[in-house]
Ligand binder design. Sequence first.
Ligand SMILES: Nc1ncnc2c1ncn2[C@@H]1O[C@H](COP(=O)(O)OP(=O)(O)O)[C@@H](O)[C@H]1O
Ligand SMILES: [Mg+2]
Length: 253
Amino acid sequence: MSLFKIAVCGRKGGVGKTTTAASLASYFAFHGLKVLVIDLDPQSNTGFVLGVDPIAPGAAELILEQKPQPLEASENLFVLPGGASLQGRDIEMADPAELSYAVQSLSEFKVIIFDCPPGSDHLERLGLVAANIALVCTNAHPLGIIGAERVLAEIRRRHERHQTGPEHCAFVLTQINKSRVFDKELPEQLATKYSDIPQLSIRQNSDLAWATAQRIPLMDNSPSKKAIEDIEQVARWIVEDTVVSEQNNGKKV
Ligand SMILES: Nc1ncnc2c1ncn2[C@@H]1O[C@H](COP(=O)(O)OP(=O)(O)O)[C@@H](O)[C@H]1O
Ligand SMILES: [Mg+2]
């Protein structure tokens, strides 16, 4: 059974979803967990940044039960790319639970990460319904925050209606540079409104950007301690908080 099914979401483009998804995937794989990243973005950036063929059959084919072969990016690290076929009518018509059903046959992967696209409620929903954990990404820009709030509202709505969706949810504050006023104020700003949602944070770090630009998974690219610290903190929350909370029957949304 897959232990962690993680939707990396945020609705706004450019807030670091793909960087977070790819770095976290590399981190878990490096520590011996078999990881699959499923890219739900028609732009298909995840396959590109992890160094596999971004136009190979992937997420769309999985949803349509065509059994695409996950592509190996590194030891323990596999990818099903996104692509233009995610915009097809058959995917548009697909039931929101279709991806959740499809990943049941991928139980060899202990971690499955859904890299959600910007601006598409439907593709994002496929990821949310299939996930048990949501990482809601925002940077300090007001548009990033609005996007994150929209996803969080959707997650909460599903929860209140007892619809399938992630039981555990945290904000991931991305591209953080504490010398900027907006970035410094962001944690407080979110905590005032969402005191019950944990906050994780990933600093602006050229190692993270550089690994994706070079198309090499983070841990294969000699990252700095600072880059790993932030990703490790996210991984730790996923492993410790969600599992401990499940054992205690706790709710995080
Ligand atoms: N923590 C970070 N440090 C430095 N650059 C980052 C960081 N997170 C994202 N970026 C950069 O920001 C841009 C957008 O990131 P990306 O992950 O593609 O966003 P999204 O998937 O939300 O559209 C990319 O150029 C990426 O390299
Ligand atoms: Mg992306």
